[in-house]
Write a protein that binds this ligand. Structure first.
Ligand SMILES: CSC[C@H]1O[C@H](OP(=O)(O)O)[C@H](O)[C@@H]1O
Ligand SMILES: Nc1ncnc2[nH]cnc12
Length: 299
């Protein structure tokens, strides 16, 4: 057993959490630049928690400009073990109605203008994204959300688009009818990929705000529609978060799915060929495998 530290990344509408004891906003520096904002640290009913508003307080970062690598590095650097990503999303399914939460279990990544990996020339790694979220952590979020009075859908594919413009009707119907997607948003990629590279358990709670633009009985989404639903969703998310410490507890066993060992066999660059400067930048994210003992490179 090791200590658990919960990270919460708050999306549109969720810029703060409540009930945190000994709370303080704290700056974190990372080799990948500054995170979206200071992080809000403290203890929630015995569980250490770090909250980070993805777009910054006041919503200053557009989805393409969110410093995803700095955010994930900062959480890892602070000792976070489990990350819950909370996001607003559009729905492609009639039954996934505004106000409902979807516990995402798959992604299609259509983003194109963001750095997507901590690794690169001089230290190459390939982690598995076959099962891109932590199932156990997602199940706990589902339980906490239900207890908070939310209608929850366990499982769904999140289409990550670049934005910031919303989709065209052709895109929306393609994603819904041909690709079988459940929800759409602009931020869970590359966030989920980076969390996997950083060996963090990561769950995505997508809060439905609208039916995008495919639904014959609803107008194409506008920000005003989203804002109307967002406040209620954010309140429900805060209630869900308040329920997490009792379900998660302050200690954690190794992740049965292996999220916490994702890098074990992932680094392919030979130790002698690694770029020292990049390896240094990877101190928090990949120090476990790059600093010696767990290095399983064949030669
Ligand atoms: C405010 S509407 C579009 C905006 O909301 C979502 O943000 P987040 O995922 O951080 O909740 C969506 O992805 C867009 O960035
Ligand atoms: N319809 C939509 N498309 C993309 N991101 C969203 N966030 C909330 N609703 C959305």
């Amino acid at each position: 057993m090791t200590s658990r530290k919960l990270g919460v990344i708050g999306g549109s509408g969720l810029y703060a959490v409540d009930g945190v004891q000994d709370a303080r906003w704290q700056s974190v520096e990372t080799p990948w630049g500054a995170p979206s904002d200071q992080v809000f640290c403290g203890t929630l009913d015995g569980l250490e928690i770090v909250f980070l508003p993805r777009h910054g307080r006041g919503h200053v970062h557009s989805p393409s400009d969110v410093p995803y690598r700095a955010n994930i590095d900062a959480l890892k650097r602070l000792g976070v073990t489990d990350v819950i990503s909370v996001s607003a999303c559009g729905s492609f399914r009639q039954e996934m109605a505004p106000g409902d939460f979807v516990i995402v279990d798959q992604f299609i990544d259509r983003t194109s203008a963001r750095p997507k990996s901590f690794f690169g020339s001089g230290c190459v790694a390939h982690v598995s994204m076959a099962h891109p979220v932590c199932g156990g952590l997602g199940a706990v979020c589902a339980e906490a959300a239900r207890a908070a009075g939310v209608t929850v859908h366990e499982g769904g594919t999140y289409l990550a688009m670049e934005g910031p413009q919303f989709s065209s009707f052709a895109e929306s119907t393609l994603y819904r009818d041909q690709w079988g997607c459940s929800v759409i948003g602009m931020t869970n990629m590359p966030e989920a990929k980076l969390a996997r590279e950083a060996e963090l358990c990561y769950a995505s709670v997508a809060m439905v705000t609208d039916y995008d633009c495919w639904h014959p009985a609803h107008d194409a989404v506008e920000v005003t529609d989203i804002l109307r639903v967002l406040t209620g969703n954010a309140d429900a998310a805060r209630r869900m978060i308040r329920g997490l410490p009792a379900l998660l507890g302050p200690d954690r066993a190794p992740c049965p799915q292996g999220c916490d060992t994702a890098l074990e066999h992932a680094v392919i660059t030979a130790p002698a060929a690694r770029d020292a400067a990049l390896v240094k930048k990877l101190d928090a994210v990949a120090g476990r495998v790059l600093s010696g003992s767990a290095d399983t490179h064949p030669g």
